[in-house]
Design a protein around this ligand. Structure first.
Ligand code: AQP
Length: 331
């Protein structure tokens, strides 16, 4: 790493099949940093167990998420790709930062409230302290930039507050990170309820387009997407379904809202939905082909996660030893 090279960190939970929300809001943007930044992209399995997982599925999805990172264009020679639980410094710094994060702060996190409502039978302490583990993930690497969807904004702000608090008590220890949130794709919405975020844990598979969905499924899901009683393809307040489809179409074609409005002038929603489906299927085809190749090579995936963890652990150790010294632990 060069001395003045900026650092990027982000992660995705292997808590379900990844969606085009995860892809357009996060993973696709990861690649833009590979050339000029030192990048750490992690499969955050420690976070995933805040919601009950089937162990064999968690293991399988951990491989799948790593393969998807690479299929989306992250070259392991240019990016440090690893699994969170392979670098124990995350859990250790997570605990330390728990002691510098206030109960009131954690109580205000909307993700905690949402996930508690969804998992009323399992409101565990990990779900509550998730943001301080996320702060540890970020701060361990002295991260400058964190590419995420808008739903993670509140957690990034908390990570900044914790870094500032720690730095104030012990002197300069952590870089204070900034979020990088894409404007058009920061929140891809559910196809069934376009006022809600598209989520990999949604029980309604028709509301969600998965990165690995094949064309038939993609077309069927867009065909059924909820729109409105108007029939004009136009980006406007109150047209949540159409706005969402326009954002997805923009992301896959690079067209502007005006170009889309012109393209579908005088045509109905049916034509527009089919075009969005085609663009999405075409945009994902390359990722899927590369994924199919990578997922068949388990030895390569294991070698990649091992090399990534070794490299990440090297950087993590530097920050952790500094923190341990500052808080007063005996070495
Ligand atoms: N719908 C979305 N639109 C834009 N960005 C999104 N992200 C997630 N959903 C959308 C971004 O993807 C990254 C990884 O997310 P995560 O795995 O940490 O979990 P999440 O934010 O809780 O995503 P999900 O899909 O909703 O997972 P579940 O259902 O397991 O809770 C993050 O940068 C996130 O912003």
């Amino acid at each position: 790493m060069l001395n003045d090279q900026k650092i990027v960190f982000s992660g995705v939970q292997p808590s379900g099949n990844l969606t085009i929300g995860n892809y357009l809001g996060a993973i696709k943007n990861f690649t833009r940093f590979s050339e000029e930044y030192k990048t750490f992209y992690c499969v955050v399995d420690l976070h995933a167990i805040t919601v009950r997982q089937v162990p064999a599925e968690l293991r399988r999805r951990t491989y799948e998420t790593l393969a998807l990172y690479m299929a989306a264009g992250l070259d392991p020679k240019k990016n440090t790709l690893f699994v969170q639980s392979h670098v124990p410094a995350h859990a250790e710094l997570g605990w330390i930062l728990d002691c510098y994060t206030m109960f009131g702060e954690l109580s205000r996190m909307t993700q905690f409230k949402d996930k508690s409502a969804k998992n009323a039978q399992n409101i565990n302490a990990g779900l509550f302290t998730y943001p301080s583990l996320m702060a540890a993930d970020i701060l361990l690497y002295q991260t400058d930039v964190v590419p995420v969807g808008i739903d993670q904004k509140q957690h990034i702000e908390l990570a900044r507050d914790v870094a500032l608090r720690f730095n104030q008590v012990y002197g300069d220890t952590f870089t204070v990170p900034e979020g990088f949130i894409p404007t058009d794709t920061m929140k891809i919405m559910s196809l069934a309820e376009p006022t809600l975020k598209m989520s990999k844990s949604d029980e309604n598979a028709n509301a969600v387009v998965y990165i690995l969905d094949r064309k038939d499924d993609i077309m069927r899901k867009f065909k059924r997407a909820v729109t409105d009683s108007d029939s004009v393809v136009r980006y406007a307040e109150g047209k949540d379904g159409i706005n969402n489809l326009m954002n997805i179409y923009r992301a896959f074609t690079g067209k502007s809202y005006e170009e889309i409005e012109r393209e579908f002038d005088g045509k109905g929603y049916g034509d527009f939905k089919m075009a969005v489906g085609e663009a999405c299927a075409d945009g994902l085809a390359g990722v899927q082909a590369e994924y199919d190749r990578l997922i068949a090579d388990k030895a390569f995936l294991e070698a990649t996660m091992k090399a990534g963890a070794d490299e990440a652990a090297y950087y993590a150790r530097k920050t952790l030893s500094k923190v341990r010294r500052k808080v007063g632990f005996v070495n």
